[in-house]
Design a protein. Structure first.
Lengths: 849, 584
């Protein structure tokens, strides 16, 4: 049993100073250290317990044996047993100090130090006493500058003293988290020693802590471990090199695999098979448990009779975790590096695969047996990190921050800034950017810098990326925050590029072509056009872009069926799928960015948007902004395009790049804004919004324009305006939607409407164009035509008389009125009359009834 | 000393050790070993460089392939050409140790030559591990004829300096090793076949093998995934290690298990790299004729190649013109999302019959012309079942190759003529998306389980289809109009000239000419004014074609003449497209 758990020797650390035999001068520490180094050895041995655990295991020994006596002296005796050969350490002097005399304790220690001969950590110039004193000073006197500034700091204990007290009160805590920044601030020398010789310094740290605890409450039995975190600098995983071995390091990465939990024997108890005598607990030493060869009982003394008693052994948990570099640390053309992390005890299962974490630990190496031949051993090493502290730095950091805050509020009375320095840097940079006065223009310029003009379109797209606030009322009514945009335009006006760019920018963008989208389908299908043989891929897209932007190219080519699904998506933000009799409603909180080509290949300005793209008005009205991108034959624009493309091909790419915000920053900016900024409408802005909206509505029925009512704005627009306003405020990282945002929102909406909803015959904006596809003026014209025909019919045709041909009717009409009349207009008018019951239309002949 | 001080061929490690001992001896007594030699060369590599390149020793170094692996003794220098398929991170090893009072080195070997005394003073150094495979799709004509055993290495001149000991026993082992090797290599080839999708990349020629390369003293950033390198280093393939199966029931080993466990030294040879260099396509042309890139000669070769391509394409001259430009294309720059210089070609109008005739002829011809080619028969089944995407297997720590893990400059023919309607599963959708992404942006997403990483690619894509492929929207869609079936049998010299031509012209650098740029702008503006349907993509394509056209004449800048040729080609293409549309 014991043998199977043991491991061959020679797997200890390759670093000489922890490996070779200690010098005489440092008896005590080397004794400790040797135990530590073996304990920290990653060998499979049960002893491979990490970090400051050896004192703990020793301290816990009495526990395993039964309740210890509860007198202070006994606890001190334990202590002495743990430190068997310590003639001249500060520890031993503590025995002479009454537990109660805490005041002036430092001095006592110092005085003792002065007396005793200095003890050095082997192979270094670190004096054990110095370190000991430094740690004690740090723990006792470190005060958080932030607390001190509050004024009450001087009266209370230091930060870590309070932490220690709290741990003792709670009885639950077993580790003291020590911020390495605090250590550095208090004592840079101690910090550098700690980083360079973590094994030794942490061992002393633990002893100091033990001692401190023992003096505060001699009955306190648990061992408190020190966990260091938040080192001054963290190493990139691929830069770990041999010089980091045995140093304290901190790396960031993503957990990709966790092993199952491995119980590891710390102390073994053997029983004699002959007489049933139980042995004393045997500690694991350097990964080995030495099985007693004979029973120690004088009466028995049987040889080879001892057997391991499993359920009386003490085990600790161990786990091995694989950490991989995060994508942002991988250089171009490289693959991520991986490192193994060894976790113990409480750290086990503290991270799951997929978590982004920052690990503070000791980088270690162990030799690999390449072959059975001895000469091969030790040539190659495997490396791993002994984990001291693990901190999640996750994407859903909001959650974790909250949890941390609660913890730390309760514990140390202040919130720990969990944000890693470089994350904070990034945020600072982004925030600085947001303060620029021209941030709006700058963002606009940075969006698809390769596409010119279309600045207002880009502004609209920016609003879409930032989005408004989604609201959910207690009543269950919800308002979407997503802004939907439709681009209609001539071919070759880089609509597709805009879409592609948006797809790149949006965190969960999906790019699809209307030609092959079934919108909701979860299956994909390769279809082949039976006539031309062209192949297309049909796939569902909307569900996949939940909380993103769904870019649909060739929207007009989308099947009727798929488009009808969009109604639901764009207003309810869900998609219903019927499969096998079950109707499932899936979330599709997506902004839709669609682009459509005019049905007659070029946009006909004389026709309405609806006629141009053949989209149902019901769908069209759900777009917040509809942009017409018309290709004006502008030589200037062409020239700029030509120049750009030539530059693209013949010039150094670096020279083309200008002061745009680069793509990653832009993405970060947008996602930060979406996550952290939730603007509200200020009263002023709300007032302005109402005023302008009413004004806009009123514009429709100006006194001059006869009696017809032109609807220039609908309730849908006011929702759009609010969303746009919120998005605009978000761009500035402002928590308030201000009047200027409202003004810009109105401007954007008007620009979009002017392009798409302008009635060309009157030159005014008419929402009916989008709502119904027919402008008010057109409606009036049609009404006029109907009445004209009605009159004509009444006049020319007799009731029940012979029928007249349509063409004749048209002739008559043309003679009568100045209006330009087309045959299909007449047909339309006649069908109205038919529904009135005035006439009957048979093919080409009209009959009055 | 007289003659060669070191025997680089038979005992390279001896040379390494001797030079190390010399270097140590020349150090001042108080110098720090770690600072002096870690991550640095002490002159050993220079010695090898002198020997290999200065004294022509390179010719005596065998190339590692399936035939040489049978007889090349281990711990001798070897050459290996391959693509970096995976990067396995760093490995720490005892670089130097103190044997008594002498420092010894373990550099360039896994196995210490001298026994390391327990508890000796050691220095830890690190090296990078790369897993290299033969370049996917490498055509057999690019392989160097492998050297025969008689070419000089085995002659075991035992003139090693001060290293006589143990040498004899090693010699005895040698025969044994050879036998071991032969059986090893047979299971190796089995192994290759079993690699599934990976095996079909080998173009049926499995005469080369993969190799674990250990790189010393080189920043890792100099080597990128999918780069093609030639490594010259010390070869180890130790059957002794193979015998040993890690029998320790030690859970730590399993848990700290690394990718190496899946690449046991018995299966995958090790190469301790002394010198490596990145290879370009030219490096794969052997005994290439020393052709002066004179304009007249280039023109001549261009004409003959064009004639050849025309014949292959059933006397369709226009298609041949386009194909030539396509074969010369490469990604020259990346600006934002645009890859400048790529020219994916979609030949349409294939029927089942014409695809079987011309498709085969075409891919065969391309195979003969370009060093790395690969063909994908695109069907529903293929999309649904093939692994195109390279994926990191986090269980094994290895990058599992996908079909799309290709070296830069690879030519990929996608035959869509057999595509039928049908359902795609999620893998199929992903594969279709990957192909499209590669075609449009020249990037391949690698799957890393928790995230995806985009790797840049430079792959020439040729799509053959019945009608325009919307799954793979190429830059150019050209209706293919064969007139007759012609068979051609180019001579060896012709082939060599063409290969040289394609490789050289492809790598030409372009010069910019402000006047020409201005003129181009004017021409483009005029074209846009004339046809309002012209867009960014069209202009982009024209410029790319223009550059390729000038390159096809071996010229470095675009001229008006070339531009007009392009315009004429485009005019014919448009007409053909119109005819086709009308016919439908």
């Amino acid at each position: 049993m014991a043998q199977s758990a043991s491991s061959p020797d020679g797997r200890s650390s390759p670093i000489a100073n922890t490996n070779s035999s200690p010098a005489n001068g440092s008896v005590r520490l080397s004794g400790r250290r040797r135990r530590r180094s073996s304990a920290t050895s990653p060998s499979p041995s049960p002893a491979a317990h990490l970090t400051p655990s050896s004192p703990r295991s020793a301290g816990a020994t009495p526990l395993a044996r039964g309740p210890p006596s509860s007198t202070p002296s006994s606890s001190r005796r334990q202590w002495r047993r743990r430190q068997p050969v310590t003639p001249s350490t500060p520890m031993s002097t503590d025995d002479n100090v009454p537990p109660s005399s805490e005041a002036g304790d430092d001095d006592a220690v110092d005085a003792d130090d002065a007396d005793s001969t200095p003890v050095f950590v082997w192979g270094t110039n670190i004096s054990v006493q110095d370190v000991n004193a430094a740690i004690l000073r740090f723990l006792r006197h470190f005060r958080d500058p932030r607390e001190t500034s509050r004024g009450d700091g001087l009266l209370e204990d230091g930060k870590y003293m309070r932490a220690v007290h709290r741990i003792m009160e709670l009885e639950g805590g077993e580790s003291l988290d020590v911020d390495a920044h605090d250590v550095f601030d208090y004592d840079p020398d101690l910090y550098s020693k700690m980083v360079r010789y973590p094994l030794e310094v942490l061992a002393i740290f633990d002893i100091v802590l033990m001692d401190m605890v023992a003096r505060i409450d001699p009955l306190f039995e648990k061992h408190i471990q020190t966990r260091i975190f938040n080192l001054k600098s963290s190493v990139c995983m691929r830069n770990l090199n041999p010089s980091d071995i045995e140093k304290m390091i901190s790396v960031k990465g993503m957990i990709i695999r966790c092993s199952s939990i491995i119980p590891e024997v710390k102390e073994a108890i053997f029983r004699c098979l002959v007489c049933g005598h139980y042995s004393e607990p045997i500690l694991v030493d350097r990964g080995r448990i030495t099985e007693p060869t004979r029973c120690i009982r004088q009466e028995c003394l049987a040889t080879n009779s001892m057997t391991l008693v499993h359920n009386r052994c003490r085990f600790v948990d161990k786990q091995i975790v694989k950490l991989q570099e995060t994508p942002d640390e991988i250089p171009e053309g490289g693959t991520p590096h991986t490192v193994s992390i060894l976790m113990h005890d409480k750290l086990v299962d503290s991270g799951k695969p997929g978590d982004r974490v920052e690990v503070t630990g000791i980088y270690r190496a162990m030799s690999v047996r390449v072959g059975p031949a001895q000469r091969i051993v030790k040539s190659i090493f495997k490396t791993y990190i002994d984990c001291l502290h693990l901190k999640k730095t996750d994407k859903n950091r909001l959650h974790i921050d909250d949890a941390m805050d609660c913890d730390n509020n309760a514990s140390t009375g202040r919130t720990v800034e969990d944000e890693t320095p470089d994350y904070q840097d990034k945020v600072d940079k982004i925030k600085e950017l947001s303060k620029l006065p021209d941030i709006y223009d700058r963002l606009t310029r940075s969006l698809a810098p390769n596409i010119w003009e279309l600045d207002d379109v880009k502004r609209g797209l920016l609003c879409q990326l930032f989005g408004g606030n989604a609201l959910k009322h207690a009543t269950g009514a919800s308002f979407r925050g997503d802004i939907n945009i439709l681009l209609v335009g001539d071919p070759g006006t880089s609509k597709s590029q805009l879409l592609q760019y948006m797809h790149k920018l949006s965190p969960r963008g999906i790019y699809t072509s209307g030609r092959g989208s079934s919108a909701v389908g979860l299956t994909a299908y390769v279809a082949k056009d039976p006539e031309t043989g062209e192949t297309v891929l049909e796939s569902g897209a909307l569900v996949l872009s939940d909380r993103g932007v769904c870019c649909i190219d060739e929207f007009d080519k989308m099947s009727e069926n798929a488009r009808s699904m969009l109604h639901e998506v764009m207003e309810q933000q869900t998609v219903s799928i019927a499969k096998a009799g079950i109707i499932a409603s899936l979330n599709a909180r997506t902004s839709v960015l669609a682009c459509a080509n005019p049905s007659e290949s070029r946009y006909n300005p004389r026709l309405s948007v609806i006629d141009n793209i053949h989209l149902p008005p019901t769908l069209l009205s759900r777009f917040d902004l509809i942009y017409l991108i018309l290709d004006k034959a502008d030589e200037q624009t062409d020239r700029r395009l030509a120049k750009h493309i030539v530059a693209l091909h013949f010039e150094n790419p670096e020279t083309i790049v200008q002061e745009f915000i680069d793509l990653p920053t832009l993405v970060a900016y947008i996602s930060y804004a979406k996550k952290h900024i939730h603007p509200q409408i200020s009263d002023e802005a709300a007032e302005d919004l109402t005023r302008r909206y009413v004004e806009m509505r009123r514009r429709g029925n100006t006194p001059g324009s006869r009696k017809k009512v032109v609807i220039t704005a609908t309730a849908r627009q006011i929702e759009s305006l609010i969303r746009l306003g919120e998005a605009l405020a978000r761009m500035r990282f402002s928590e308030w939607v201000e009047v200027r945002d409202v003004a810009e929102a109105f401007r954007l909406l008007e620009v979009a409407l002017q392009q798409s909803a302008t009635d060309h015959s009157t030159g005014t904006i008419d929402m009916d164009l989008i709502m119904t596809g027919i402008s008010a003026s057109e409606r009036v014209r049609r009404e006029n035509l109907v009445s004209a025909i009605r009159n004509l019919v009444m006049e020319k045709l007799k009731l029940g008389g012979p029928s007249t041909r349509l063409v004749d009717l048209l002739e008559e009409l043309r003679k009568q009125s100045s209006m330009e009349v087309h045959l299909h207009d007449v047909r339309n008018a006649l069908s109205t009359l038919m529904s009135e019951g005035t006439v009957v239309l048979h093919g080409d002949s009209v009959k009055r009834i | 000393m007289v003659g060669l001080p070191y025997d680089f061929l038979a005992n390279p490690l001896g040379a390494v050790r001797l030079s190390f001992e010399k270097a140590v001896a020349s150090l001042p007594a108080d110098a720090d070993m770690a600072a002096a030699f870690r991550g640095k060369d002490w002159g050993a590599v220079d010695l090898f460089r002198d020997f290999l390149f200065g004294n022509g020793g390179i010719d005596q170094v065998p190339v590692l392939d399936a035939s040489t692996i049978k007889w090349v003794p281990h711990n001798t220098p070897i050459r290996f050409r391959g693509m970096v398929q995976d990067m396995l991170g760093n490995e720490l090893y005892v670089g130097a140790f103190k044997d008594g009072s002498t420092w010894r080195t373990n550099k360039f070997t896994d196995v210490s030559y001298f026994a390391m005394p327990p508890g000796c003073e050691t220095q830890l150094w690190d090296r990078h591990l790369l897993y290299c495979v033969p370049v996917p799709g490498q055509n057999s004509w690019t392989m160097e004829p492998s050297a025969s055993p008689s070419s000089g290495i085995v002659s075991n001149s035992t003139s090693q300096h001060g290293e006589k000991r143990e040498r004899d026993t090693q010699d005895d082992d040698m025969d044994l090793n050879v036998k071991e090797h032969s059986c090893q290599s047979s299971c190796l080839s089995d192994n290759l076949v079993n690699r599934g999708s990976g095996s079909e990349l080998l173009n049926g020629d499995s005469s080369s093998i993969s190799c674990l390369v250990k790189i010393y003293d080189m920043p890792e950033n100099d080597l990128k995934l999918n780069d093609v390198f030639e490594f010259i280093g010390i070869y180890t393939f130790d059957p002794e290690l193979a015998v040993h199966k890690d029998d320790s029931d030690d859970p730590m080993y399993d848990l700290l298990e690394d990718p190496m466990a899946h690449l046991p030294p018995s299966k995958v040879p090790r190469l301790h790299c002394l010198i490596c260099r990145k290879l370009a396509i030219e490096d794969f042309l052997h005994n290439s004729p020393a052709i002066e890139p004179l304009p007249s000669i280039v023109r001549g070769i261009r004409e003959s190649l064009l004639t050849h391509l025309t014949a292959i394409l059933g006397n369709d001259g226009v298609a041949a013109q386009y194909l030539l430009l396509h074969l010369l294309s490469r990604v020259r720059a990346r600006v934002d999302m645009i890859s400048v210089g790529k020219l994916a070609l979609n030949l349409i109008g294939f029927t089942r019959e014409s695809a079987s005739i011309f498709g085969c002829q075409l891919s065969e011809a391309i195979q003969r012309l370009l060093p790395f080619t690969h063909a994908i028969p695109l069907t529903i089944d293929y999309l649904n079942n093939t692994t195109l995407q390279p994926r990191k297997g986090n269980d094994t720590g290895r990058l599992v190759p996908g079909v799309l893990q290709l070296a830069h400059g690879t030519h990929l023919t996608i035959d869509e003529t057999c595509m039928q309607s049908g359902n795609l599963n999620s893998k199929g959708v992903e594969n279709a998306r990957l192909l499209k992404h590669l075609l449009e942006y020249q990037k391949v997403e690698y799957e890393f389980e928790y995230y995806k990483l985009e790797m840049v690619a430079d792959v020439q894509l040729l799509v053959l289809s019945e009608a325009k492929s919307n799954i793979l929207p190429a830059d150019l869609v050209l209706p293919f109009c064969p007139k007759s079936v012609v068979t051609t049998h180019p001579t060896g010299e012709e082939l060599q000239a063409w290969r040289w031509y394609l490789a050289t012209m492809k790598s030409l650098q372009y010069n910019t000419n402000p006047e020409m740029n201005q003129m181009l702008q004017d021409l483009m503006v005029a074209a846009m004014q004339e046809d309002r349907n012209m867009g960014c993509t069209d202009l982009n394509r024209w410029l790319t074609m223009g550059e390729l056209m000038s390159a096809s004449y071996g010229e470095k800048s675009l001229t008006l003449e070339h531009w007009q040729m392009i315009m004429e080609m485009e005019r014919i293409r448009k007409e053909r497209l119109k005819e086709r549309a009308a016919a439908c």
